[in-house]
Design a protein around this ligand. Sequence first.
Ligand code: PLP
Length: 423
Amino acid sequence: MTLTGKTHSGNLPPSTVDPGKIRKDFPIFSRLINGKPLVYLDSTATTLKPAKVIEAVTGYYSRYTANVFRGIYAISEEATAKFEESRGLVAGMIGADPAEIVFVRNASEALNVVYSSWAKTFLHAGDEIITTILEHHSNFVPWQQMALQSKTGFRIWQSDPKGNLSLNDLESLVTKRTKLLAMTAVSNVTGTILPVAGIVKRVREINPGIKVLVDAAQAVPHMPVKVGDWNADFIAFSGHKMLGPTGIGVLWARRELLEVMPPYQYGGEMIREVHRDRTVFHDIPHKFEAGTPHIAGVIGLGAAVRYLTSLGMQSVRTHEQAITTYALKRLQQVPGLKIYGPETADLRGGVIAFTLDGIHPHDTAQILDTDNVCVRVGFHCAQPLHEYLGCGPTVRASFYIYSTEDDIDALIKGIEKVKKVFG
Ligand SMILES: Cc1ncc(COP(=O)(O)O)c(C=O)c1O
């Protein structure tokens, strides 16, 4: 059985996301570069920021800059309240308990906390880790390195050439020794949406002791995600991929796991008592947040969550599915253009990686840039996947709430220009 994370089967429900209106909230769209407007098709790398997020960040710096949890004075208390309010907003968005939300720098750090704290403590030589061929390096390299250093088994769940995984493969991949499945929810290259809940259920039927870590860097910003629906153990995502500031990310983990995991870093504010010979650590989540945190980043992320939840995550997904459908249709009509990943938008996130026959992706991107069409080229931090697909670097166009059909038309026009220059 091939697994799909299909999000809609019939007609799409109407989306309240109106990109024409939304673009007015993003100051960057008022900028002309070399006299031309911006065509931003790189939201998988990082998203643009709405004024509300920028104002939340500057508001902290201009009106109530102070450290959190430390000051017995009004602006410090204000900063602490806003900081914890953001934790509550993030928790609410994914249906979690705020105590289970750990602020880190980005999705990569969240995944590394699981590696450095949980895996290094609880995994031993002979235990097995499964990951998928679709992974970003951030959820691949830690497990590969763990295998090299600690002699844990490292097994890779392969996809078919379209980037789809087969549930049947789990029968042979999962064994009694499997301790961790580290998987993405949405590929940042093929866009494949994995049915996380179904996978979690199946692996636990085979081995109830398995922990599941989900890299949700391309899921939480783009579709409804609830921790109770997935039933995973760890979830990692980045603020900057969901309208928030850079330098702030989130690790969600089950309370009982966070409680037994040792701290990731030591320092101020993660302790309750320190004596010459011993330290008592703070409660979760503070035990994992040593030192002064990225206060402005957390507050900005709170504003981003507010913005996204006011649109509704199902509407965000519906808009992306519609724009991806349009993009797939237009790109499929270009002779010599090869698209990687599932064929239809209901099976994929708002990301399309492609190559043009005989034209190097870097040349493509450079010509596109002459009209401010911003795409990413390379391996997109997923080199094992590119090697598996048997392609070199690819061009990647990706979409978000502000993406319009005009953006796709500009991409197609740019590709025609590329073909003229190099064809
Ligand atoms: C699927 C996936 N996982 C992890 C990451 C890493 O995110 P960050 O660079 O914010 O740590 C990315 C970034 O592109 C991603 O797309």
